[in-house]
Write a protein that binds this ligand. Structure first.
Ligand SMILES: Nc1ncnc2c1ncn2[C@@H]1O[C@H](COP(=O)(O)OP(=O)(O)O)[C@@H](O)[C@H]1O
Ligand SMILES: [Mg+2]
Length: 243
């Protein structure tokens, strides 16, 4: 297994955001993570990436214990992520934003700043943002910011990429471009994908297995078709969207 999580738990005051979650992801899988708002999806990713401290449980990546490792360590080991609400460095250009990804990644040690920008332009081109390379991040549209997040995540040369609702707020045309792009990422970079997604059509189309979180608990895991036809899951989460 590439990623193994056992009995992961995280509280915020009285809120049990992640409650005894056990799951694993194999190399080259594309796994969706779904569940109602507040189910704990983003928190799971924040725990994996070292952004939050784990209360209890275990996280293993490539057989290495990464529980409470620093985000920079987790990144260098080969995990990168995008944020639900894009978090660029607003006053840096698109190119420099992606350059930060290059410098944080696992191929970092012998890289000069100039080389990092060369690499960055390659990743910008890959996501279709090369023409915006000199635009400050704060002047990019939401769609462009999502592309930028993806380019920056890729620039760290991850083995596992975690996407947090990359489709949110996109129009249908942009969303379909984004799905194609994630496919292209998988084909060209052979990354494993852990993908939080609200849009069921995307989950059905683009993932091979789906994990369902509900009140912080992992209540189901299976092929997307099985999950959307599971009456219990339809009731707690999908009802209105499927109807
Ligand atoms: N930094 C935080 N401080 C306090 N509560 C938080 C924090 N992050 C998340 N939560 C709470 O944890 C629960 C799960 O949140 P989250 O993981 O963001 O859910 P999801 O991504 O599934 O919508 C929610 O009740 C949320 O309010
Ligand atoms: Mg979330």
């Amino acid at each position: 297994m590439l990623l193994k999580i056992e009995n992961l738990t995280k509280r915020f005051g009285g809120v049990l955001a992640v409650n005894d979650v056990t799951l694993s992801i194999a190399e080259d899988e594309i796994v969706g993570l779904i569940g109602p708002n507040g189910a704990g999806k983003t928190t799971v990713m924040n725990l994996i990436s070292g952004y939050y401290k784990v209360d209890s449980g275990r996280i293993e990546f490539k057989g290495i214990d990464i529980q409470n490792a620093r985000p920079s360590t987790v990144c260098r080991l080969g995990i990168s992520r995008t944020f639900q609400i894009p978090r660029p460095f607003p006053d840096l250009t698109a190119l420099a934003n992606v350059g930060v990804g290059v410098l944080c990644g696992k191929e970092r040690p012998d890289k000069s700043y100039g080389d990092s920008l060369l690499d960055a332009s390659h990743f910008l081109e890959f996501v279709g943002l090369f023409s915006k390379r000199n635009v400050l991040a704060k002047d990019l549209s939401l769609f462009e910011l999502r592309l930028l997040e993806l380019a920056r995540a890729l620039a760290t040369t991850p083995k596992l990429i975690m996407l947090d609702e990359v489709m949110a707020g996109l129009n249908p045309g942009e969303a379909s471009r984004a799905i194609k792009l994630v496919r292209k990422v998988v084909e060209e970079y052979r990354v494993t994908v852990f993908w939080i997604e609200h849009v069921m059509k995307v989950v059905m189309e683009a993932t091979e297995r789906v994990i369902v979180l509900h009140y912080g608990k992992n209540i189901a895991s299976g092929p997307p078709k099985e999950i959307v036809n599971n009456p219990e899951i339809i009731e707690i989460y999908l009802g209105e969207k499927i109807a």
